[in-house]
Design a protein around this ligand. Sequence first.
Ligand code: URA
Length: 219
Amino acid sequence: MDAVERAAALRAHAEETASCTRCALAQGRTQVVYGSGNPNAELVFVGEAPGFHEDQQGVPFVGQAGKLLDKLLAGIDLTRPDVMVLNVLKCRPPGNRDPLPEEIAACEPHLFRQIELIEPKLVATLGNFATKLLSGKPAGITKVHGYEQEVTLGSRSVLLYPLYHPAAALYTPSMLKVLEEDFARIPGLLDRAEEEPDEVEVVATTPEADPQSVQLGLF
Ligand code: URA
């Protein structure tokens, strides 16, 4: 799939997902928060679930944790349009409570399909829920943060990189320091993933449609 096809496929998937009723969270949401960023990103972040502001605006990480995510990205010379930002759950749990196992089970096909379509090199999981789901292992974030691991998602091998959730680091300076240190390794991990392509893909570029600039807008 070339970059323009990928953007179109993701947009079609977003439209399908917008009317999801796979779990009870559909009843309380303002809207599905599909994800936002670059459909052709090599780096995907996966958070937990939309909060109040995300549910209102339809965009992940627009609240306080999102502002910290933007700062952390700026620290490694990246901006939101360079990456894709997704969540385990696409709908806001009431009162921002933790996702329930049955909600994760109902929603995970959406996330796996998104990753299958985007084909990122590096998937950075933010916090416990995304880390446990995508690693397929019970080890918590305190143990595994900052340690990359090779995982198979769908039919592809991807580098998974668990990180603390920015919301957890907001008011804990020691955790913020660790998060910054872990973030600092991302450029090197991307370079490494670049050197070890799991498949060769030829991407045709045309002057009028630069694939890298195709953005997945706000849904
Ligand atoms: N926290 C998350 O995990 N996701 C969001 O979209 C916002 C806050």
